[in-house]
Ligand binder design. Structure first.
Ligand code: IPD
Ligand code: CA
Ligand code: CA
Length: 268
């Protein structure tokens, strides 16, 4: 079996290098394209260059491992290990100069997420976790909050690019959570949303229509900080199945109940 700590160290080096590149590239973007003709779903040459840096760093040490990366897709080698990469999570923020974006890398071993790294170059915050060994922010151990009621909880979500037409009605969920929680936020980086739940900055995060690379690292980081991560029915989370609910554990059932609610009655 390959040393997980060594893999994690590799992911940290790659995330730091690419994250620093992102930070230096703010305001210097030359080419912005729309993915699938969708005006909200953007990609720049910086996303692609960051991804090339991360892949080169991993390939240098683990040439036989599988890679799944947002911009270049799957590179299958039939390995037990798959590195799942979002080279720039928070592209819209990045393109607008909003300092909320990161590089995030998850490591899957025989179909199970076992380690993850999320690096925020704007705040020089490095979130790391390895299964069974805890979650850390710049080397300091993380723990989720102890909030037990929605009224004392700060929650966060993100919206899919097709939010108005989405069958899961994310705006309805937003409405329900906004009524129940102490506060609600939308940062624009799923990986940082998850890292912030682990760090005790948020009590809960949910989102529909995610891609595997948005949550691969984050779900390990939340679990290792003592949090709970499931799908919207309370079943095991699957990074290939789009939905995620991540909480401090104590308010998990309350969040599941909110996600199961029908439409809100409106009065005059
Ligand atoms: C997006 C961000 C955003 C989330 C979207 C993601 P990208 O990733 O994580 O917070 O709401 O669903 O697609 O496109 O910036 O890598
Ligand atoms: Ca993303
Ligand atoms: Ca991305």
């Amino acid at each position: 079996m390959i040393d997980r700590q060594h893999m994690l160290d590799t992911a940290v080096l790659a995330a730091r290098e690419a994250g620093t590149f992102l930070w230096e590239s703010v305001g210097r973007v030359k080419s912005i394209e729309q993915k699938l003709g969708e005006f909200r779903n953007l990609v720049s040459e910086i996303d692609k260059q960051s991804e090339a840096m991360v892949i080169a760093a991993i390939r240098g040490r683990y040439p036989d491992h599988d890679i799944l990366a947002e911009e270049s897709g799957g590179h299958g080698k039939g390995s037990d290990y798959r590195w799942i990469i979002d080279p720039l999570d928070g592209t819209t923020n990045f393109l607008h100069g909003v300092p909320i974006f990161c590089v995030t890398i998850g490591i899957e071993e025989r179909g199970e997420m076992v380690a993850g790294v999320t690096y925020d170059p704007n705040h020089d915050e490095l979130f790391t976790a390895e299964q069974g060994a805890g979650a850390f922010l710049n080397g300091r151990r993380l723990a989720v909050t102890k909030a037990a009621a929605m009224t004392e909880s700060l929650v966060v979500t993100g919206f899919p690019y097709d939010l108005a037409d989405h069958p899961d009605r994310p705006l309805l969920h937003f409405d329900h959570f906004a009524r129940a929680a102490q506060g609600i936020r939308r940062l624009g980086s799923a990986a940082l949303d998850l890292a912030y739940v682990a760090a005790g900055r948020f009590d809960a995060y949910w989102e529909v229509s995610l891609s595997p690379w948005d949550m691969a690292a984050g779900i390990v980081i939340v679990k290792e900080a003592g949090g709970m991560v499931t799908d919207f029915t309370g079943g095991p989370v699957n990074i290939y199945r789009k939905h995620v609910l991540a909480t401090n554990g104590r308010i998990h059932d309350q969040c599941l109940a909110i996600l199961g609610q029908g439409s809100v009655e409106t009065t005059g």
